[in-house]
Design a protein around this ligand. Structure first.
Ligand SMILES: [Zn+2]
Length: 373
């Protein structure tokens, strides 16, 4: 489809196919698949290649132009350059949107349609130390491959290249360790059907968390923070397994990028020497020279959200709750290492995406808390 068929000399890029936008919007509307600006999709036909732009949301695919059009041959050539990330960025239209940090992943896959999602069911498997074995049982008969954790961007693409080279045939399902899911197909229908099939096979029951203790949240909230009105977020405070995960570290990249590596908790009121209120806790954090947290866990009661928490970051909290409620606390989990976290925090492309997300128009940003998510 060409947006300007009667103006062949126009510099405008051809619009993304409507089917790609529709499928992307469906995925983006499902919090079990995509949270905030996470996940990305692409379509290739001949040398035409559309991939999600950095900082955009799949959920907005039918109301905004979220795709960047690039020459597929140029992208693949850029991936062989000494500085592939710079070469890829140089292909993007001047002054326009930047292609997703995972563009090289999409270009590498041979299939026409590539869907990358942060499926909570997949993540709940992909963070386990025994993920490969557990997944083999669930995905038996599928054409799938395991990809060990690498930083999103070219390191991840290199790991996928290795996985494809070692696989029998051409896998159309990739499980990314500590990250998520890639599903590919030669058309939209087969790719979406394959994704639904994986979701069905990996579906895990989620515990129902205790309801938040709103009275306690109000009582300790002397700093004007937000009490989330999505009850599912409070599972991070009320569900012991989810709380323990949040306090121990980060399990996947978007958690680090949007929420920082670890949560801060206001302990149970019965503990001696614990800060008695949110203000006291924040003063303690500041005294340590640590950055202000994105959210604070109030043990047994729920979570308080920083007033500066973006809708995208709020969506990532929902992902943490949804993943935590699918783990039973007995699994051996692989957390991102300090090196993994540092690489994510210092990576310019991710910082760009976060900045875009933080400054995106926010329909929820109003004078009246709480912030809907
Ligand atoms: Zn991803």
């Amino acid at each position: 489809m060409n947006a300007t068929p009667d103006l062949p000399s126009s510099p405008r890029s051809p619009s993304a196919p409507a089917e790609l936008a529709a499928l992307s919007a469906r995925l983006g509307a499902d919090r079990g698949s995509v949270q905030g600006g996470g996940g990305n999709t692409s379509y290739k036909s001949g040398d035409d290649f559309w991939v999600k732009a950095s900082g955009t949301w799949l959920a907005h695919a039918e109301t905004q132009d979220i795709f960047v059009h690039l020459p597929l041959s140029g992208v693949r050539a850029a991936m062989a350059e000494p500085d592939p990330e710079a070469a890829l960025l140089a292909l993007a239209p001047t002054g326009g949107a930047r292609p997703s940090i995972e563009t090289s992943l999409h270009a590498l896959m041979p299939q026409a349609v590539v869907l990358h999602v942060h499926s909570v069911n997949t993540i709940a498997y992909a963070v386990r130390a025994d993920a490969e074995t557990a997944l083999a049982a669930r995905l038996e008969g599928s054409n799938w491959a395991w990809v060990p954790y690498r930083r999103p961007g070219l390191p991840l693409t290199d790991a996928i290249r290795d996985a494809l080279a070692n696989a029998r045939g051409t896998p159309d399902i990739l499980i990314l360790g500590n990250h998520g899911l890639v599903v590919a197909g030669n058309d939209y229908t087969s790719a979406e059907a394959r994704l639904r099939e994986v979701e069905t096979r990996l579906a895990l029951p989620a515990r129902a968390p205790s309801p938040p203790d709103l009275a306690r949240l109000v009582a300790v909230n002397d700093a004007g923070w937000t009490i989330a009105d999505d009850p599912s977020l409070h599972a991070i405070g009320t569900d012991a397994t989810t709380r323990a995960i949040a306090l121990r570290g980060a399990l996947y990249p978007d958690h680090v990028v949007f929420l920082g590596e670890r949560a801060f908790a206001l302990p149970d009121a019965t503990e001696a020497d614990s800060p008695a209120s949110l203000r006291a806790a924040l003063n303690l954090v500041a005294a340590r020279g640590a950055p202000e947290p994105a959210y604070v866990i109030v043990e047994g009661a729920g979570v308080l959200l920083s007033p500066s928490l973006s809708p995208g970051a709020c969506a990532m909290l929902g992902c943490l709750a949804d993943v935590g409620l699918r783990l039973d606390g007995r699994e051996s989990l692989r957390y991102l290492t300090l090196e993994d976290v540092a690489a994510l925090m210092g990576w310019e492309a991710e910082a760009y995406r976060r900045a875009r997300d933080a400054t995106a128009p926010d329909p929820a940003a109003s004078d009246s808390p709480p912030v809907p998510v």
